[in-house]
Design a protein around this ligand. Structure first.
Ligand SMILES: [Zn+2]
Ligand SMILES: [Zn+2]
Length: 161
């Protein structure tokens, strides 16, 4: 995809969610799309600074909150950072598996809560309109990186297990 095509797609996405097209909004959207995982406002700010831009942190945060409100992004609590991260929202109902080390996201289309939700609604007489479920963990790549890291100092100090 060329940069112009990418820009056009970002504009369309903003338009479809009833959002005015501003440069900063397009940039936040571009970074979220490029990453494909979860980014914090700090990550986005850092990426823009690296590109030689001068982002205003509170503006970035407001944009991320607005994207979430309009259903363009999803907000996730990241227990390792004690902060919120944001990712682009997938079409349709799905759940997510998030790596706490690299913040990659795996989408799970299977919903394990359908029958439980029905039961809960019957028990509580609530009309349930939605739910949110995320799993946290460590992806295979990060597990391998961790294993390598913990093996390396042992080799250097010559300690036996
Ligand atoms: Zn990972
Ligand atoms: Zn579900």
């Amino acid at each position: 995809m060329t940069e112009t095509e990418d820009m056009k797609l970002c504009e369309d996405l903003l338009h479809r969610h009833g959002l005015k097209n501003t440069r900063t909004r397009r940039e936040v959207l571009r970074l979220l799309r490029q990453c494909g995982g979860v980014l914090t406002a700090e990550d986005i700010s850092r990426a823009l600074v690296e590109e030689g831009k001068k982002p205003d942190f509170s503006t970035l945060y407001r944009i991320l909150e607005l994207f979430t409100e309009r259903g363009l992004a999803e907000k996730h609590y990241l227990p390792d950072l004690r902060k919120y991260g944001f990712s682009l929202k997938a079409a349709g109902h799905c759940h997510r598996l998030i790596c706490l080390k690299c913040h990659r996201v795996i989408e799970i289309d299977h919903c394990p809560l359908e029958s439980f939700e029905k039961e809960l609604s019957e028990k509580t007489r609530f009309t349930i309109t939605g739910h949110n479920l995320e799993w946290y963990g460590c992806c295979p790549d990060c597990q391998a990186a961790e294993a390598e890291k913990s093996a390396a100092p042992e080799r250097r100090s010559g300690k036996k297990k």
